[in-house]
Design a protein around this ligand. Structure first.
Ligand code: HEM
Length: 60
């Protein structure tokens, strides 16, 4: 599956990497945002990581 010729698995992999950077930066309080966003995006990361893994498995 692809969007504008770019694999959805690749896009989600990059989104996941960005979310991991956000989670560690906000968890360690290096990046100061409302902590609610750490909790919300932590759950989003769980979902995007599962979709990434399932699509990668199905497209193997
Ligand atoms: C729903 C998901 C999550 C919840 C509810 C949550 C909640 C928390 C809470 C309550 C803290 C302690 C903050 C404080 O000391 O005041 C924390 C710290 C932290 N979180 Fe999360 N978190 C979530 C997901 C994640 C994810 C997915 C990552 C990394 C990928 C992450 C990385 C961190 C880090 C690195 C710290 C700092 C730990 C430390 O320095 O001791 N969190 N988080």
């Amino acid at each position: 599956m692809a969007i504008a010729g770019i694999s959805l698995v690749l896009i989600l992999g990059i989104v996941n990497l960005a979310l991991v950077f956000f989670q560690v930066s906000t968890g360690k309080k290096w990046l100061k945002v409302n902590f609610l966003w750490h909790r919300r995006l932590g759950v989003l990361l769980l979902l995007t990581a599962i979709v990434h893994a399932v699509l990668a498995y199905l497209s193997r």
